[in-house]
Write a protein that binds this ligand. Structure first.
Ligand code: AR6
Length: 178
């Protein structure tokens, strides 16, 4: 599904793998504080990028909840990887503010680096336990709020690993962004 926001910014929702988005300038990693390999997205990203990727992330670690850092993307077709540390649901409160910071900081980094396209996984909704529908609302609200201030980004893609999460994002994004 694609929704066109103001100023020709397209929001896309797709079912797929964040490591297989060759047409995006940057992909986002749902990272851990140490910016190392782990489960889920971080595992998939580092399996492809390491050892070079860990060499690039090392100097930024540890990062704080809600923070985002940008590195090159060794072994990927993308130019950059933006690493975000999402909140652990039930622990890092208020969770919605931390999650909002992740999306806002990642978009700002991408735009400051003059990127046109960025792909996000559903940060915090795996191992960190954030309910998918609530997390989708946070992402959509950030896209709506931040879009008018972006100068370079024209494509923001949400890449959902499961069909069910994709359906939930389609519904939430339609109601907030259409
Ligand atoms: N492409 C897109 N989405 C994916 C992929 C993939 N290849 N793999 C999983 N997902 P998670 P978090 C979905 O756990 O909750 C790690 O161990 C997944 O179904 O990757 O932010 C790190 O080291 C879920 O919907 O990230 C951290 O310690 C979403 O991506 C911790 O987990 C996020 O799941 C971060 O937890």
């Amino acid at each position: 599904m694609t929704i066109t926001l103001i100023d020709n910014i397209n929001i896309e929702v797709v079912n797929g793998d964040i490591t297989r988005q060759p047409d995006c300038d940057a992909i986002v990693n749902a990272a851990n504080a140490q910016l190392k390999s782990g489960g889920g997205v971080a595992g998939a990203v580092h399996r492809i990028g390491d050892p070079d990727l860990e060499e690039r992330t090392r100097k930024f670690a540890p990062i704080k909840t809600g923070e985002a850092v940008i590195t090159s993307a060794p072994n990927f077709p993308n130019k950059y990887i933006i690493h975000c540390l999402g909140p652990v649901y039930g622990k890092d409160k208020p969770e919605d503010q931390f999650l909002k910071s992740c999306y806002t900081n990642a978009l700002k980094l991408a735009d400051d680096n003059e990127l046109q396209s960025i792909a996000f996984p559903a940060i915090s909704t795996g191992i960190f336990g954030y309910p998918v529908e609530d997390a989708a609302k946070v992402a959509a609200e950030v896209f709506k709020a931040v879009a008018p201030g972006l100068t370079c980004i024209t494509i923001i893609r949400m890449v959902l690993w499961s069909k069910e999460d994709c359906t939930i994002h389609n519904e939430v994004f339609k109601s907030i962004l259409s």
